[in-house]
Design a protein around this ligand. Sequence first.
Ligand code: GTP
Ligand code: MG
Length: 367
Amino acid sequence: MLKFWKKKEEERKPEGESRKSERLENPDGTRPDADAAIPAESSAAADPTPDSRPLTTERKPSWRDRLAGSVFNRDVRTLFSRKPKLDDALLDELETVLIGADVGVAASTELVEALRRRMHKREFADADALLAALRADLIALLQPVARPLHIDTAKRPFVLLMVGVNGVGKTTTIGKLARRFQHDERSVLLAAGDTFRAAAVEQLKTWGERNNVAVIAQGSGADSASVIFDALQSARSRGIDVLIADTAGRLHTQTGLMDELAKIRRVLGKLDPDAPHEVLLVIDGTTGQNAVNQVRQFRAAIGVTGLVVTKLDGSAKGGVVFALAREFGLPIRYVGLGETAEDLRVFDAAAFVDALLPQSIGTVSEN
Ligand SMILES: Nc1nc2c(ncn2[C@@H]2O[C@H](COP(=O)(O)OP(=O)(O)OP(=O)(O)O)[C@@H](O)[C@H]2O)c(=O)[nH]1
Ligand SMILES: [Mg+2]
């Protein structure tokens, strides 16, 4: 009874918050970090009951741990660690650094010109004050898009369609999300809508097995829309909370394949006119400015309601998130900071910006 009441309470909150408050208190009354409670890979596979799963005791890598290797972080740190003079040349260099880190020409120029105006009005005492102002401006650029996914429980099942170009991390993100939703005590079903490759179905099934989540699939070569339609019917009859549908990777320039996405929407609409309730476009964070074209094309083909930017760890330059925020204003629901389940984070503008900038703005210390 208590559990039921607790769940109802949780349903009123956005997805990110829900997880945080469900994170329970540690025995000593402290609250663990929002994402830290996702169980380690092996423990979830061994124990399907969310309530009884142990919380991971390992320290989860911080945003900074994951993003410290980015070009953004490296170049801004290099620029400011030599205690530069506050002048136009510094701003020119900063603009070059931002463009080089994938922030995009338009966003970089706007950011730098705003700082330049303030510098000429003598608002900054030194370069560190300028860096602090940059931090605030970067956060302000991202704050409007840091809107967590809200699972509307009036839509049952809530249908989430995952789209994107080849190899960006769609299927992996589905596995991570299935884990996350289950941890929130939501029942999940997966639809193997990538019928292009047999291996794609197997990959999804593996994630399903790990999380004890059923996967609806047909043979490879089946019609993607019909697989997802079947899965929606099945999710309804099973009283499932969230249906996540995978799709094949497709180049945003391949018209035929893009039309297939419109067909999926049409077919789902026969069962539920509002489905899919969320279309998540997955963007590979290492893609650079091509990400902007991808968003434009997928938006036109199927209508995108949220973004997931993956692979921001590793070789990503880090800045593409700013370019996307400025260009589209689409919510960034999650970011992928690595390959494991706990590396999918609810997007947090301040945590992200701080991880890209020198650790202590004002004293300029090493990360
Ligand atoms: N480093 C890192 N790797 C990731 C992340 N997300 C996914 N990957 C890796 O990216 C590779 C491709 O992931 P998939 O999930 O198969 O990508 P996909 O979009 O489903 O690919 P297709 O179905 O072929 O279009 C895998 O090796 C993943 O482990 C991330 O956030 N960081
Ligand atoms: Mg895939």
